[in-house]
Design a binder for this molecule. Sequence first.
Ligand code: PGA
Length: 252
Amino acid sequence: MRKPLIAGNWKMNNSIAESLALVERLKVLLKDSSGVEILIAPPFTALAVVRDAIRGSNIKLGAQNIFWKDSGAYTGEVSPLMIRDLGCEYVIIGHSERREYFKESDEVVNKKIGTALRNKLKAIVCVGETLKEREDNRTMQVIESQIKRGLEGISTSELRIVIAYEPVWAIGTGRNATPVQANEVHAYIRRLLSQIFSEDIASGIRILYGGSVKPSNSAELMSEKEIDGALVGGASLDADSFTQIVRSACMV
Ligand code: PGA
């Protein structure tokens, strides 16, 4: 039985004061939620205050990115050790915005996953096709390549990963994949994970859906067999919306 995970990716939003106000509200609204794991990924600048604010609550902390080295002359980068030091349990890796704007390749994603796992972090590995790739009927091919190259050489002994299927055309566009479309890709990802690792291991890995998840569509998405939670962008910036999405996962 996979426990659902609802993760809020705040992206490059919220000052320290705004982060604090949002997390204080979330703590109140979410305090009775059980049966679901709740995670927020604020910007680096707010991690320390948010960590202090969520102490003792049912909300976990994640970072949105890391570099693949533990330390050294890499101006402007943040290492896995640093975000662990800040109390992060999770890190998002390979988000499509990083792939697109910062040219992160599958090889870079692979290095980041490796270093995250070596440093005892849990990696949320994002994959997803563009609209053009979907229209060209290449969705499964793209997903297969991202999963296989991203997870190359990752050993089962340190496999603390969650996969997030996020079709690029659905991110921030208000246009979500239908539950059936998402479930189809999730089932395919699970088959790939079975081939790479084993059926047993694959059945324990959570696969989240991301891309315009909101209160009005989350219950339907969460009711799909292969959808084990959500990676939420825009709607995670509003405490009431994020809470409703968490609740929809509790009810499944
Ligand atoms: P969105 O973003 O919910 O705003 O579409 C999802 C994501 O990028 O993780």
